[in-house]
Ligand binder design. Structure first.
Ligand code: ZN
Ligand code: ZN
Length: 361
């Protein structure tokens, strides 16, 4: 059971930091640690033993939680944070950590009251710290999410979905429907479909603008599978590619390859950004690459680690990240190429398998 293994890793961290228990209220972290997918729940993870950990949800989820969280003591009550904080103190916990980044000012007052004489300790980002390295179950979900996106794009191209006269919105809708057909629970974020000059807007939202002959069409999209997000960008040309489009595409493809080439355990995170950015800067387009190189993906579409100039730390095996340089020429067009990959000993595992050769349809 991956959830029990994850809780064991968390308990080891708690013992190192001198906490008797951690009150986990961020629903994504609750899901990560227990498998629970409902809209209200919390878990108290005891440092000493999983037998003393407790899961809480409300009456709507009695049956669902019995199925999804069979291996923990469960209480049905609300509000779960207060219920579990009281539980911790009653169970003898002296130092109770809480996810201070996910508590409101008003909520904090209630927690302080609930622990009474016990000590409430700010413990931000503890579970997020574990989540940066993906286990096998997580990588498998990411693989399926990336495969759904690959298949959706292949189907879109094969069936003539990218053609002159079609609107960005129509293309986005078809792409999203195709991901559903391939097993996605939904898109992993609002799809970006950007035609012509719109492709120079990094996070353009699809409009009623139509694709014209010779346009770049930039597609940035992903699928959601088992709560895990895929993320891929491809930029294609509809009709015939002009020389400037081929040149720009080649430049971004080279920068993307340079970023992937240094994606290995032990590489400083800032170095990954630098390796890719350098290619674009040397070509004179540094100012036209206005965002970080990539980001972690998992239960959130954007999570740690951020691959940017300011990124701290080094890459670890099992991190799932994107590499997505772009060059955007305002009023003209832009190219971004993005993959989702898993850092491995040796070469990274590429999860988004769609070709990175320039596709002209
Ligand atoms: Zn993306
Ligand atoms: Zn991304």
């Amino acid at each position: 059971m991956p959830h029990a293994t994850r809780r064991a890793a968390l308990r080891a961290t708690l013992r190192e930091t001198g906490l008797d228990a951690l009150l986990v209220t961020n629903l994504l972290n609750v899901r990560y640690l227990t498998g629970f997918t409902g809209s209200n729940g919390a878990v108290l993870v005891a440092a000493e033993s999983d037998d003393r950990s407790v899961f809480c949800t409300d009456g709507r989820y009695t049956e669902q939680s019995a199925q999804q969280v069979p291996d923990l003591e469960r209480v049905i009550d609300r509000p779960c944070d207060v219920v579990l904080a009281r539980w911790a103190v009653k169970d003898g916990a002296g130092r109770v950590g809480f996810e201070s980044g996910h508590v409101t000012v008003d909520g904090l007052d209630l927690l302080v009251e609930a622990v009474g004489g016990g000590e409430l300790v700010r413990a931000p980002g503890v579970v997020e710290g574990l989540r940066v390295v993906k286990d096998d179950a997580e990588v498998e979900a990411l693989r399926m999410a990336c495969a759904a996106a690959d298949r959706a794009l292949a189907g879109l191209i094969e069936h003539g979905g990218l053609r002159v006269g079609r609107t960005e919105k129509e293309i986005a809708r078809e792409l999203e429907n195709r991901m559903l057909d391939h097993g996605a629970a939904g898109p992993s974020f609002d799809s970006i479909v950007a035609a012509g000059a719109h492709s120079a807007v990094p996070h353009h939202r699809p409009t009623d603008a139509v694709v014209r002959a010779g346009d770049f069409v930039k597609l940035d999209f992903g699928a959601l599978v088992d709560g895990y997000h895929s993320d891929m960008t491809r930029t294609l040309v509809v009709g015939q590619a002009a020389d400037w489009q081929r040149d720009l595409y080649e430049l971004v493809a080279a920068a993307q390859a340079a970023g992937r080439a240094v994606l290995a355990p032990g590489t400083p995170i800032a170095e990954v950004d630098r390796a890719s950015r350098e290619v674009i800067e040397e070509a004179g387009y540094g100012a036209q690459f206005p965002h970080g190189l990539g980001h972690g993906v998992g239960l959130e579409i954007h999570e740690a680690p951020a691959l940017s100039k300011a990124g701290a730390g080094t890459l670890l095996p099992g991190m799932a990240v994107t590499v997505e340089p772009g060059v955007y020429l305002a009023g003209k067009g832009g190219v971004r190429i993005e993959d989702t990959l898993v850092v491995r000993q040796g070469a990274p595992e590429l999860l988004t398998l769609t070709t990175k050769e320039l596709v002209v349809v």
